[in-house]
Ligand binder design. Structure first.
Ligand SMILES: Nc1ncnc2c1ncn2[C@@H]1O[C@H](COP(=O)(O)OP(=O)(O)OP(=O)(O)O)[C@@H](O)[C@H]1O
Ligand SMILES: [Mg+2]
Length: 296
């Protein structure tokens, strides 16, 4: 191999080693506002923009991502944590061009791992660190389980609809995040809007209240139209961005995906998967100790 080719290979390898995955948690205050639908189609849109994406199903109670994509994962993170499977054995690559990791319903068990099990797990997670993004679909509400995922991620997207109850609950979750992680980058998506003006109005309201009462900056990531093709695609078990690419909802997803991938406005690197899971372990441990304190 000539010298130039050798150097090129070295630079590419180093680049790969120093690149860190950006972790983005998708959450909401109120349930049923469209987190899973958005997480799946947005992941696919980001992948079609040329980035590599893993979608982690952290909604520990339900298996929604599987349903939307029509897949049945046999193993989940719990099997990796327990050392029964390697991470690469549980990652499912779907035809839509993204990778899926099924979450572990035994999240509380994370706190019970010994240091060796933890480091084995963190090491195996680092295998995935060559991806550009990890999108994490969480459950709704302010349970510590959900907050752990949110706080460990680099960024959080809070989804709301224009319904007053959803807006109030979105403010509630933003308040909880700000209390535990005041520097977290929080962005909002207003889903199921009837007009562009409604999307802007709802976002501005949340941004104003968060600024005024919590003194934190929330960013408007965009809106998604209320669109009959979204529930239709759920019934067909094929994500709307794939089955109805010309729908209004897909057009909105494209815009949001472009904003997320835009290198100019998004220059900060992610802190990587090892850092994300270390944070998760820490908060699981914290929760475990608090539980113990309460029992005592
Ligand atoms: N933009 C939209 N237009 C029309 N319907 C939508 C839209 N987004 C979501 N929905 C519908 O709302 C319902 C709930 O969506 P989804 O399961 O994605 O919400 P979720 O926030 O993940 O719920 P959960 O809190 O239970 O996890 C689904 O039936 C979906 O089809
Ligand atoms: Mg969901």
């Amino acid at each position: 191999m000539d010298q130039a080719a050798n150097l090129r290979r070295l630079v590419l390898e180093t680049d790969k080693k120093t690149k860190k995955t950006k972790t983005i948690a998708i959450t909401s205050g109120k349930g049923g506002v469209g987190k899973t639908s958005v997480a799946v189609s947005l992941s696919i849109a980001i992948a079609s923009n040329g980035s590599t994406v893993t979608l982690l199903d952290a909604d520990l109670g339900l298996a929604n991502i599987n349903v939307i994509l029509g897949i049945i994962p046999k193993y989940n993170l719990y099997h990796v944590i327990k050392g029964k499977k390697k991470l690469k054995d549980i990652v499912i690559t779907v035809p839509e061009g993204i990778k899926i990791i099924a979450g572990a319903s035994g999240f509380h068990q994370l706190a019970n791992l010994d240091p060796k099990q933890r480091s084995t797990f963190i090491e195996s997670v680092a295998e995935l660190d060559s991806d550009d993004f990890m999108i994490i679909d969480t459950g709704a509400g302010v349970s510590q389980n959900v907050l752990s995922f949110v706080i460990s991620a680099d960024e959080v997207i809070v989804i709301t609809t224009p319904e007053p109850t959803a807006i109030t609950d979105a403010y509630g979750i933003i308040k909880s995040i700000a209390a535990q992680a005041p520097d977290k980058i929080i962005k909002i998506i207003v889903n199921r809007v009837q007009s562009v003006a409604e999307g802007k109005r709802v976002a501005q309201r949340i941004i104003n209240i968060a600024g005024q009462f919590l003194n934190i900056k929330v960013e408007n990531l965009g809106f998604i139209f209320d669109d009959i093709y979204v529930p239709k695609s759920v019934r067909n078990q094929k994500p709307f961005f794939v089955s109805y690419p010309k729908s209004k909802a897909s057009a909105c997803i494209s815009i949001i995906s472009d904003r997320i991938c835009n290198k100019e406005t998004n220059t900060a690197k992610g802190s990587g998967l090892s850092s994300f899971f270390k944070g998760l372990f820490k908060s699981a441990e914290h929760e475990e100790n608090e539980g113990r304190d309460e029992e005592e």
